[in-house]
Write a protein that binds this ligand. Structure first.
Ligand code: HEC
Ligand code: HEC
Ligand code: HEC
Ligand code: HEC
Ligand code: HEC
Ligand code: HEC
Ligand code: HEC
Length: 357
């Protein structure tokens, strides 16, 4: 093993390898106490990966060579490939799903010394396993890891929060596809409203929350983005529902149903929403007018309005009093200045008819 590892290494890498070999030696010799073994990084833990280093660094795949996800699929694959220490988690099959991170098609653009976010708009966009995982360090408690990008737009060597990992490609990347949000802007805690990713929420009156404790807690990207199969491997690899959602969310208008808006109803009680406990015209719009939540609400954050109000401009346009604009003058009974399928919302009511229409 030592010859294999040192063969293609020099300087810094050789130092690194020595350090790893020391860790590995401690574990493999069985000198470590039982407790230390269970806290060891999974892939360096002999009881989980008996093959050790060569489980990943086989001939022709020595450290420093181009990264290939096939290395991971040897154990995390859909078919057993005869490697001792095969993992229980099949990640490969997740990439057959309808919505996925484009790992299989873009890994070729990954380079070991890249710096993300990308600053050159001409470099092809990519994502691969080691952009989100540090295989030498990961444990069941902290499966993800790697470099990140902080909300203050500073590159960090070790992402402490999951969102910092995601921000390195989903904030101000120079090659971000047109129309995609800069998520550091969307989740900024100084916005009038935001889903609580970086900080607990701003609004303390959210009657629909199923778990009241959540008012003071934060949620993660994983709570909404990940495997749609709750029994399958966790993580934002692949899902039946676009864009990589853990449950269905219909963004165009159509009949309401528990399944159609399952994503929101995971945390917000369907009964509370349809009983108009907050907005007194929720049921009217959602059930009788077939209006999607997405027509009125942003999923991440709203830079203009409270209550995550951000109108879907492909459905909502300006009305006779301008807009589209939202004016929360009275809780539950806001004024809206807009037009939606010919329904003109103005100061004088909906198509001139006063509340309650
Ligand atoms: C689960 C798979 C896996 C195991 C097990 C593993 N490595 Fe690695 N190692 C990788 C990957 C993947 C890279 C390349 C990271 C990249 O391309 O960004 C890497 C890179 C390296 C590097 C280059 C420096 C670096 O961090 O990029 C060294 C040195 C190294 N590994 C040594 C070891 C040694 C020694 C062991 C055993 C104690 C070991 N590895 C076990 C997956 C593994
Ligand atoms: C030699 C077999 C082997 C290879 C190769 C391998 N893994 Fe694993 N991995 C395991 C085992 C065993 C587990 C324990 C959980 C399980 O059985 O799925 C695991 C768990 C994980 C976990 C869960 C967190 C943790 O550390 O417990 C992640 C993430 C992971 N592997 C990523 C990777 C990535 C990325 C690669 C490729 C660079 C890779 N693995 C290659 C065997 C392997
Ligand atoms: C190394 C770059 C990279 C990282 C890190 C990254 N992504 Fe992505 N992500 C991409 C690329 C590339 C796409 C394909 C669409 C695009 O270019 O934006 C994508 C697409 C997505 C999509 C939309 C899928 C679709 O169907 O359009 C979601 C949701 C997503 N990522 C969530 C996340 C989350 C959550 C994290 C953090 C856990 C994360 N991403 C980390 C590069 C990355
Ligand atoms: C409360 C649920 C929720 C949370 C939390 C959440 N998202 Fe999303 N995300 C959605 C929904 C729903 C959509 C699709 C509708 C939309 O674009 O608003 C989406 C869309 C996306 C897209 C595609 C956007 C585009 O412009 O095409 C990306 C990328 C993404 N999310 C990444 C993330 C990342 C990264 C995080 C954490 C920092 C995160 N999301 C947190 C629900 C969520
Ligand atoms: C965009 C980021 C991203 C990419 C790319 C990615 N992962 Fe993950 N993965 C995650 C996150 C985040 C989790 C943890 C999810 C959780 O615990 O809720 C995870 C979890 C895992 C797990 C543990 C699953 C479980 O249920 O215990 C394994 C194994 C894994 N990833 C392997 C891989 C492999 C192999 C690849 C490449 C083929 C890969 N991942 C690509 C973000 C990513
Ligand atoms: C993982 C749980 C979770 C999911 C899924 C979720 N939310 Fe939330 N949502 C929360 C929490 C927690 C708050 C409370 C934030 C606060 O206190 O401001 C919240 C608050 C809100 C608010 C009020 C924000 C404010 O500032 O007044 C709206 C509107 C909202 N969510 C809509 C949605 C919609 C639409 C969906 C589906 C796309 C959704 N949520 C999915 C957890 C979730
Ligand atoms: C016609 C526009 C519209 C539609 C469609 C709509 N909402 Fe709302 N929603 C509002 C307004 C306005 C408020 C703020 C009411 C207030 O507090 O004054 C609100 C408030 C909320 C809140 C925060 C208060 C609470 O009840 O906990 C949540 C959560 C929420 N909506 C979820 C949803 C979900 C889920 C859907 C789709 C099933 C949806 N909304 C559809 C306009 C809409």
């Amino acid at each position: 093993m030592r010859t294999l590892c040192t063969k293609s290494l020099k300087g810094k890498q050789a130092g690194f390898i020595t350090a790893l070999l020391v860790i590995a030696a401690v574990i493999y010799a069985g000198l470590a106490a039982q407790a230390a073994v269970s806290y060891a990084p999974t892939h360096l833990d002999h009881s989980k990966n008996p093959k050790g280093c060569i489980g990943c660094h086989m001939r022709g795949q020595s450290p420093g060579s181009k990264f290939s996800y096939e290395r991971c699929f040897k154990c995390h694959g859909s078919v057993k490939k005869g490697v001792k220490g095969e993992a229980r988690t099949d990640i490969e099959s997740l990439f057959n799903k309808n919505s996925k991170h484009p790992v299989l098609s873009t890994t070729i653009y990954h380079s070991a010394n890249e710096e993300l976010p990308e600053r050159n708009p001409n470099v092809p966009r990519h994502v691969t396993c080691v952009d989100c995982h540090s295989p030498h360090l990961s444990t069941p408690d902290k499966p993800w890891g790697g470099t990140g990008y902080s909300p203050g737009r500073i590159r960090v060597d070790n992402a402490a929060e999951e969102y910092e990992l995601c921000y390195k490609c989903h904030s101000d990347s120079a090659n971000l596809p047109a129309g995609e949000e800069d998520l550091i802007d969307s989740f900024n805690p100084s916005n009038p409203s935001y889903h609580p990713i970086e900080m607990a929420g701003r609004n303390k009156n959210v009657p629909s929350l199923i778990n009241r404790l959540m008012l003071d807690q934060r949620i993660t990207c994983d709570d909404c983005h990940g495997n749609s199969d709750p029994y399958g491997p966790k993580g934002p690899h692949g899902s039946d529902y676009a864009p990589l959602l853990v449950a269905q969310y219909r963004t165009d208008d159509g009949p309401e149903g528990a399944q159609v808006y399952a994503l929101c109803y995971k945390c917000h009680s369907r009964q509370s929403i349809l009983n108009d406990e907050s907005f007194q015209r929720h049921k009217f719009h959602i059930v009788y007018q077939n209006t999607s939540c997405y027509t009125c609400h942003a999923s991440h954050g709203s830079r203009e309005n409270p209550s995550l109000i951000s109108f879907n401009r492909t459905v909502v346009t300006n009305g006779s009093d301008g807009g589209p604009r939202y004016a929360p003058l009275q809780p539950g009974r806001p004024y809206c200045y807009l037009s939606c399928h010919g329904a003109n919302h103005s100061y004088s009511g909906i198509n001139g008819k006063k509340w309650p229409w």
